[in-house]
Design a protein around this ligand. Structure first.
Ligand SMILES: [Zn+2]
Length: 145
């Protein structure tokens, strides 16, 4: 038996006269797509929070963000490589190069005050303070973790 609900309910289909043998509930396709999308984003965020790895990426990425994803996908391959390197910590900075055995010194070559990590490079390096302020402006306080 097939059921119809909502304002379109006019007749009841039986298994013999239902064209596709499915339930008809009167829910629009856009509502279904929206619900599935919301559920998928919720599940992705839950998995991201529960994931034990990706320590550095979690400092910059809090969850799904479609506008940031669109921005990243609009970048050239070279710029996207730099962005991914900075977000994941796999950038050409001394700490990562030191871990890979390609550099003896893991410290920041600019200020020599801390390890040369992406967080230090983006948020803490005193040698880049003025440049950071010019680029980030008033959002600077968000990056002082
Ligand atoms: Zn520094």
């Amino acid at each position: 038996m097939c059921l119809e609900a909502g304002p379109m309910q006019k007749k009841t289909h039986t298994s013999e006269n239902c064209p596709r043998n499915v339930l008809v509930l009167g829910i629009s396709i856009s509502t279904i797509y929206s619900s599935i999308s919301s559920w998928a984003v919720h599940e992705q965020n839950k998995l991201w929070q529960e994931l034990s790895g990706c320590r550095q990426a979690k400092r910059f990425l809090y969850g799904c963000d479609h506008s940031r994803a669109r921005y990243a996908l609009s970048l050239s391959r070279q710029d996207l490589r730099i962005l991914v390197g900075l977000l994941t910590g796999h950038a050409d900075l001394n700490r990562h190069l030191h871990i890979m055995g390609q550099c003896r010194y893991s410290g920041c070559p600019l200020c020599q005050e801390a390890e040369d990590t992406t967080l230090h490079f983006i948020a803490h390096c005193s040698a880049l303070m003025l440049l950071r302020k010019n680029i980030l402006g008033t959002t600077l306080s968000r990056w002082t973790l």
